[in-house]
Design a protein around this ligand. Structure first.
Ligand code: ZN
Length: 395
């Protein structure tokens, strides 16, 4: 296995013999398996819903080095599912709060904090130091970035995703039980969805317990890979439906023409993933929609300019936070109610949502119907709450 050199000269302390005694008597794990766990280095990308159970269980299991990547701070709305945090952690960096909690549980381990956004500029440098990478992120650019970096560096990528009541788990770019290279994320999803088409958990909701189930399955896969036991999820996608309490297994095949993991890849270094996923402003402008900042919107409001401010979120969201003067028109109702906007065909329409993708989608719909002067508020009401009016709640 990849860290056998590190295991060879390892002696366990009396405390370790007691702490991990349940592993020692476990068939196929034993002292050898525990030494592998202690010698292993696992990187968890995202210290949120999935990262919480992952980090807690992997540190309890004695994974010797755990890297945590996150640039966010703990928010009250995280506590519904991110069980590694306490109320007293609110407003502190997630990696700091998580590392503190893990050290309280197991002082044996090395916790490495990466308090930064993982990007094409730093991903290879961060990932190369670890044996196994676990993707606990919630956005498409980071998933493609993590995938490509893992394929390039030949690291197994334990993938999980959650939405509402459903979860997905698999292992990308690992070896299957026959020793063959398994598929990667791009083999399963060659193209990212159009921006705004797939709502995030912040927009669509998520059962607070769901990331616990999915994260624990990811942790299980990581421990199996480290100990070299069982049959991994390489080439198999586990589909979990919490409402019906079913697990289904789908086969994922390696794409012989995959741009990154095939024999003749066209992508051999990291690219601009924001651009690839269509999240850059110029892409939006190509589609006829311009981006404006919350500062520009504030100036327009203060100058009493004549424009229609459209809020395309759901009604309940307006009770949490809003920008003054907006007309509510949930994205899902827009096409059926286009008649209400006929008189605005040549007027300026500025739209916002929670963070930007839904309002961009709404404006693209209006653009396709002949509306011309369309502007999307970058970062949505969340950016408004950060930069313009701190009295507005974030969620
Ligand atoms: Zn692939």
């Amino acid at each position: 296995m990849f860290f056998s050199d590190r295991v060879r000269n390892m002696d366990l302390t009396p405390e370790q013999l007691i702490r991990y005694s349940r592993h020692f008597i476990l068939p196929n794990v034993g002292e050898e398996g525990q030494k592998k766990l202690l010698a292993s280095k696992v990187l968890i990308i995202g210290t949120g819903g999935l990262g919480s159970p992952l980090a807690l269980y992997l540190s309890a299991a004695g994974v010797g080095t755990i890297g945590l990547v996150d640039f966010d701070i703990v928010d009250l709305s995280n506590l519904q599912r991110q069980v590694i945090f306490a109320e007293s952690d609110i407003d502190t960096p997630k990696v700091d709060a998580a590392a503190k909690r893990l050290r309280q549980m197991n002082s044996d381990l090395k916790i490495i904090k990466h308090n930064e956004r993982i990007t094409s500029a730093n991903a290879l440098e961060i990932i190369k130091n670890y044996d196994i990478i676990i993707d606990g992120t919630d956005n498409f650019p980071t998933r493609y970035l993590t995938n490509d970096a893992c394929v390039i560096l030949k690291k197994p990528n334990v993938y999980g995703s959650i939405y509402r009541f459903d979860g997905l788990v698999t292992v990308f770019s690992g070896k299957n039980s026959a020793g063959e290279d398994g598929p990667c994320y791009r083999c399963l999803y060659p193209e990212p969805p159009p921006p705004g088409m797939v709502p995030s958990c912040a927009e669509g909701g998520v059962l607070g317990i769901l990331p616990g189930t999915v994260g624990v399955i990811q942790a299980t896969e990581a421990v199996k890979l480290i100990c070299g036991i069982g049959k991994s999820l390489v080439g198999r996608l586990m589909v979990y439906d919490a409402l019906n309490m079913t697990f289904r297994e789908l086969k994922v095949r390696k794409d012989p023409n995959c741009p990154v993991c095939s024999k003749n890849p066209t992508i051999t270094e990291l690219i601009d993933y924001e651009q690839f996923c269509g999240l850059k402003n110029h892409q939006a402008e190509q589609s006829g929609v311009k981006e404006i900042s919350v500062q520009e919107l504030k100036q327009k409001i203060d100058a009493k300019e004549d424009f229609l401010l459209l809020d395309v979120r759901e009604p309940f969201e307006t009770q949490i936070a809003k920008i003054p003067g907006g007309k509510l028109m949930p994205l899902g109702d827009l096409e059926a109610k286009l008649k209400e906007f006929e008189s605005f065909k040549d007027e300026e329409i500025v739209a916002y949502c929670h963070r930007g993708p839904r309002s961009r989608r709404a404006l693209e719909i209006l653009h396709s119907k002949g509306f011309k002067n369309l502007k999307n508020v970058s970062g949505g009401v969340d950016a408004w709450a950060i930069h313009i009016d701190q009295a507005v709640s974030r969620y």
